[in-house]
Design a protein around this ligand. Structure first.
Ligand code: SAJ
Length: 404
């Protein structure tokens, strides 16, 4: 039985570990986070061994690198996790092993920094002594239709032999298509393109929403009308901006890598600027509405802090940025998120003190918000950044959406 070592047991590594065990590999895991490690150690069915050291990779045939690749506060790539993981792995690398880098990196990382770290730390040569591929992670947390067992994958190899070894492994993991490209840089680029595509299209509808504001055009009606076109169109929706660990991050990797080659990705930068500027647009809207209602610096309740509905993930959350911005403008702000807030807090208890509400995340548990607002006549304003509420059902609060 072959052994798989998964380094990084988060939202990418853990499903891969489970899938590998499910299809019969012996699985060992490496995780630095102590809480995660303790929790996983209890799952003996899954891991033959789980530790915080890459020594576990010693007897493995296949090693999957699934560590975070975030950005620094100055938006430059933070490669500390992946460089650290590869350096530690390199010390234990053995001849014949296959290394699959799944972490999202900019085009060119694997065939330069990544390969150099592994070769210098191990004294081995990629393509000759060990095999190296890039197969960018594709996991959609919470998606039950597309899972690690059926999602199509893209793979690029350091060399032909590496690519073949990689194909042999991934064919056992997913029933989906495995699309090969000519090299690891093309595989890295494809992942970046997938996510930058979303950021640009979200920026487009966010800009439209601002353009249509204060007109008789409801952006949602326009998008839904355009979406009747069965080809050549894909709907995106305006909101509070783009959060999460992928979509706002990947374009920054592309921008930074291209800058090193002397190329300026204008459209990626403009899209980032528009999406990051949505919290300013919402705060300005609140200022304007409060002054028209003669409410000076009311008590604001922000509902939702997670970056997208029905998850508790706050990475790059725009609701958190909005909260900080409103506080800096002198508002008295409270926030509630069913996935994040302490147990015992509730929307009902917090609505009693609010004079204006911002719906920031379309959690299903907020589906009765209109009824709750109608039970609190003191609340004069509702800013719905999700565009999910029906304004016609509101009895007291004035409604304002994003582009409607
Ligand atoms: N967002 C909008 N308008 C939209 C879609 C999203 O404002 O029309 C915002 C969301 O509110 C959120 C952010 O963008 O703050 C990201 O949303 P997302 O739906 O892209 O969700 P993510 O970040 O979980 O993206 C993941 C990505 N998966 C991987 O990187 C492996 C992405 O590639 C997927 O396309 C996406 O899920 C998906 O399709 O659900």
């Amino acid at each position: 039985m072959k052994q798989v070592c998964v380094i990084g047991l988060g939202y990418v590594g853990l499903p891969l570990a489970r899938r590998s065990a499910e299809i019969g590999y012996r699985v060992v895991g490496v995780e630095k986070n102590k809480q995660v490690l303790t929790r996983l150690r209890e799952d003996e069915l899954l891991f033959s061994e789980v530790s915080n050291s890459s020594v576990s990779a010693d007897a493995s045939d296949i090693i999957l690198i699934c560590v975070p690749t975030p950005i620094n506060t100055d938006k430059t790539p933070d490669l500390s996790y992946i460089n650290g993981a590869l350096t530690e792995l390199g010390k234990h690398l053995k001849k014949g092993q296959l290394v699959c880098i799944e972490s999202t990196v900019y085009p060119g990382y694997c065939e330069t920094i990544g390969r150099e770290i592994l070769e210098s730390a191990s004294g081995l040569t990629a393509g000759k002594d060990f095999y190296l591929v890039h197969c960018p992670e594709r996991v959609n947390p919470g998606d039950e239709e597309w899972t690690v067992a059926n999602i199509p994958r893209v793979i690029g190899g350091n060399d032909k032999e590496s690519l073949n070894k990689g194909l042999q492994f991934y064919k056992t993991i997913t029933e989906g298509e495995i699309h090969t490209v000519d090299n690891m840089a093309e595989a890295e680029a494809s992942k970046m393109v997938e996510n930058a595509f979303r950021d640009i299209n979200i920026a487009f509808v966010n800009e439209l929403a601002k353009s249509f504001d204060d007109t008789n055009i409801d952006i949602m009606n326009v998008i839904n009308a355009s979406a009747t076109k069965p080809f050549g169109y894909m709907p995106f929706y305006p909101g509070l901006g783009v959060g999460g660990h992928c979509i706002p991050v990947d374009p920054e990797y592309l921008i930074s890598a291209a800058k090193g080659r002397g190329f300026d990705h204008e459209i990626l930068k403009v899209a980032r600027h528009i999406n990051d500027g949505m919290i300013q647009y919402i705060a300005d809207k609140l200022d304007k509405l409060c002054s028209s209602h003669r409410i000076s610096r009311p008590n604001i309740l922000i509902l939702g802090l997670a970056y997208k509905p029905n998850v508790g993930d706050m990475r790059e959350s725009q609701a958190v940025r909005l909260m900080d911005l409103l506080i800096s403008r002198g508002y008295l702000v409270k926030a509630y998120d069913p996935y994040v807030s302490p147990v015992g807090e509730s929307v009902a208890s917090l609505l009693n003190d609010a004079e204006a509400v911002v719906l920031a995340t379309a959690h299903d548990s907020f589906n009765d918000l209109v009824d709750q607002l109608n039970n609190h006549p003191k609340i004069k304003l509702i800013i719905d950044t999700t565009n999910k509420l029906d304004p016609n059902l509101l009895e007291f609060a004035q409604y304002s959406g994003v582009g409607r």
